[in-house]
Design a binder for this molecule. Sequence first.
Ligand code: FES
Length: 158
Amino acid sequence: MNAPEDFSRRIEEAIRSPKNLGELEGADAVGTVGNADCGDMLRMWIKFKEEDGKRVIDRATFQTFGCETAIAVASVATELIAGKTAEEALAMGGSELSAPLGPLPPVKIHCAQLVEGALRSALSPEDSQQASNQSVAPTLLQQFQQQAPKKIVLEPSK
Ligand code: FES
């Protein structure tokens, strides 16, 4: 199997039953980002718990108006960051967050960066104001409607 076919298969497997999809009630942090180029948006919710005297991520969930790759990366990333501290999660870049899917083709790297951006938006102290403002729009759909992006491109299912 060649690399593009292998990539497509891994993405298909990941989105067949995406993990951690949907709003997370009682979340401690929320972050939303959009990509102006492709018009995709992704929101991530994070809930913490105390474990061995550390504050670690108990659960993370997401919603997206995004491509299949963004869904797949968010699915694996929300699993990867569970059990990590905010600092440990923030140290992860797009390639680490998407690692279970294997290397992404260059045209799909920004999809992983969308997930990384939502994570940073939720966890970075400088974005906390933004995150609390976003809680005014409790769902990604409401935020999406408020922002009225100029252009939305969704990839058709294959
Ligand atoms: Fe825009 Fe994947 S996030 S095409």
